[in-house]
Design a protein around this ligand. Structure first.
Ligand code: HEM
Length: 403
């Protein structure tokens, strides 16, 4: 079979994924930019299978991709900077468990809960700034983008006037239209900034997660190295805001274009259901990119050979009719709850899931609480989306706040 290509010009990445699933089947050969051959896994069953066998049948470490002799990733690979880093997302087994265990010592449920009042406050401040604005407002610039950046930067103690750096570098790193040179400069720029930032925090500790991680680092026993620390912040600051920005905006699109559903959600105060339904059907993370088969593995009736790369698509799994019925693509917050894979599954399950759930719920409940008649100012099919290969959300979201 001729390999299918992603991304396709003029098509959203989630649409491409669903098309490939429907045309090519749940395990389809595809071709990525740079003529990289890979398998795309896109039914609920196959996605769940690969994720739960992370570390045993599949690896996240590019060294296990046999086409790469020495693990060096070619410059034209999509999101090369992210997968050639040295962080949680490219580690397996004991290495991964060790690092995650160390992070968990500082990033506790208590720390997430303690953020709640601040999340509410930041949300309200952003809404206050929007108050009184009639006409069309770009909700991305005014709300869905600044909120998660402020929250994650505050969690880590990144000063307000340096936050734009995090956003700027992330935009380049996750874009598939950035040149290899631009991506390398952004990846290096963010590492350099964080190295310097961590040193500042060592001298001037605060009540933030960076200081918490420095304490873990300084404790006796199995410590975080300086390099591990920089890479950890690098990953979490990227993963911790981009994903949330887009999930908030994607959900506003779903509810802002369906006033009846919005009214029901408000009447039932069903914001938790809204967040879960968004993670299933409108997820910001459309795929979790490469796994590499550690041996020949039969997935959904197709043999993936040892060393071949696999792209695991959450946009495929979340809208799989075999699991969620013929209307799987429809956003319906009253749907009978079912398990979704929006935060992944297995050893790499999202580290920030409790924070993300809290943040998105507060954002949506507060936004629609303040502006119950908020609606889209353009048609859904006129919305332009980001050019990333792994995350998806609107570039701009023009809305009208009131009648
Ligand atoms: C991992 C989704 C928010 C930090 C993941 C994975 C998914 C995901 C699907 C699994 C990746 C894989 O299996 O390869 C999301 C979504 C979010 C969100 C949809 C928001 C709506 C956050 C936040 C943080 C965060 C707020 C940080 C506070 C991470 C980290 C990993 C991860 C560090 C890597 C975990 C590991 O490899 O062990 N996320 N995430 N995420 N997420 Fe999130």
């Amino acid at each position: 079979m001729k390999p299918l290509q992603i991304p396709m010009p003029g098509e959203r990445i989630s649409e491409t994924i669903r098309r490939i699933r429907d045309e090519g089947g749940p395990v389809a050969p595809i071709e990525l930019p740079g003529k990289v051959g890979a398998w795309m896994v896109s039914s609920f069953e196959t996605v769940e299978y690969v994720l739960t066998n992370d570390g045993t049948l599949f690896s996240k470490n590019p060294r296990n991709f046999t086409a790469l002799n020495d693990g060096t990733i070619p410059p034209d690979w999509p999101i090369r900077q992210v997968i050639s880093g040295d962080h949680l997302l490219v580690k397996d087994g004991a290495d991964h468990r060790r690092l995650r265990g160390l992070v968990n010592r500082a990033f506790t449920p208590g720390r997430v809960q303690a953020m709640e009042p601040r999340i509410r406050q930041i949300t309200d401040e952003l809404l206050d700034r929007m108050d009184g604005r009639d006409g069309v407002v770009d909700l991305v610039r005014a709300f869905s983008e600044p909120l998660p950046i402020a929250v994650i930067c505050e969690l880590f103690g990144v000063p307000e006037d340096e936050r734009h750096l995090i956003r700027g570098y992330t935009n380049v790193l996750l874009s598939h239209t950035a040149t290899p040179e631009e991506a390398a400069a952004a990846g290096g720029g963010l590492l350099g900034y964080l190295g310097e930032f961590i040193e500042r925090r060592r001298v001037e500790p605060g009540d933030d997660l960076t200081t918490g991680l420095i304490r873990v680092q300084e404790e006796d026993g199995d410590r975080l190295s300086d390099e591990e620390m920089v890479w950890l912040l690098w990953l979490v600051l990227i993963a911790g805001h981009e994903t949330t920005v887009h999930l908030i905006a994607n959900t506003v699109i779903a509810l802002g274009s369906d006033p009846d559903q919005l009214a029901r959600v408000r009447a039932d105060d069903a914001w938790e259901d809204v967040v879960e339904e968004a993670l299933r059907s409108r997820n910001s993370v459309v795929n979790v990119f490469f796994r590499y088969a550690l041996e020949d593995v039969l997935v959904g009736g197709t043999t993936i050979r040892a060393g071949e790369p696999v792209i695991v698509t959450l946009a495929g799994a979340g809208t799989d009719p075999a699991r969620f019925g013929q209307d799987a693509g429809r956003f319906d917050a009253t749907r009978e709850p079912d398990v979704h894979l929006g935060f992944g599954r297995g050893p790499h399950f999202c580290l920030g899931a409790p924070l993300a759930r809290l943040e998105v719920r507060i954002a949506l409940a507060s936004l629609f609480g303040r502006y119950p008649e908020l609606r889209l100012a353009i048609k859904e099919d006129e919305i332009a989306y980001t050019s990333s290969i792994i995350t998806e959300g609107p570039l701009e979201l023009p809305v009208v706040l009131g009648p």
